[in-house]
Design a protein. Structure first.
Length: 197
């Protein structure tokens, strides 16, 4: 059973924090989280990563129960993909994120973990990679690394569009099954039911 929460801005509202807490059987203060900031390459992007981390702690997760994934020590930290209660993937550049996860085989580790019941939380780029592919967000994000294989994690069967505004519609005119979330909303995928909260 997949338990997935996909957001544009993380746990930025009380309703999204509540939805996050309800994904776990155990008390929120006892869950373990692998926090993945890989998509963020600049100081500006890290501001949003730190905001996401603060919101996670504000939701009741204990700092001691959060492991920051570091792509530079992948051999040491990749084991946590299989042992934590929650994988929390932050925003940044979607193409860079997908390429790095794929480079180290972490894309498959995430998929296996989620299929076994690990909760997946995405923020912006972390939400987009839950889609079947990421080519639909080329108007939002720059493929500055020349990534050619744009197939993604396929955690859900819809194409996630974060930070949605009405002006995006002109870019979403093909037949893909899009699901759009504003900065204030999120996608909750639980018991095979997709809900916008």
């Amino acid at each position: 059973m997949k338990n997935i929460l996909l957001t544009s801005n993380g746990l930025s509202s009380q309703k999204i924090k509540l939805a996050f807490k309800e994904l776990f059987i155990k008390p929120i203060e006892s869950i373990s989280v692998l926090f993945v900031p890989t998509a963020s390459r600049t100081a500006d992007e890290m501001i949003y990563v730190n905001k996401s981390y603060s919101e996670l702690i504000e939701a009741g997760v204990k700092e001691d129960n959060v492991v920051w994934f570091d792509i530079n020590t992948v051999n040491e930290t990749s084991k946590y993909f299989e042992t934590v209660d929650c994988i929390f993937v932050c925003g940044g550049n979607t193409y860079y994120l997908l390429s790095k996860l794929r480079e180290f085989g972490l894309d498959n580790k995430i998929v296996r973990a989620v299929e076994k019941g690990t909760v997946y939380v995405g923020v912006s780029a972390g939400s987009v990679i839950a889609s079947p592919a990421i080519n639909h967000i080329d108007f939002l994000d720059e493929n500055d690394i020349g990534l050619s294989d744009l197939n993604a994690l396929k955690l859900i069967d819809k194409y996630v569009v974060p930070h949605y505004e009405k002006s995006f519609n002109v870019n979403l005119a093909d037949s893909k099954p899009f699901v759009c979330i504003s900065d204030e909303s999120a996608i909750l995928y639980n018991n095979n039911i997709t809900t916008i909260i």
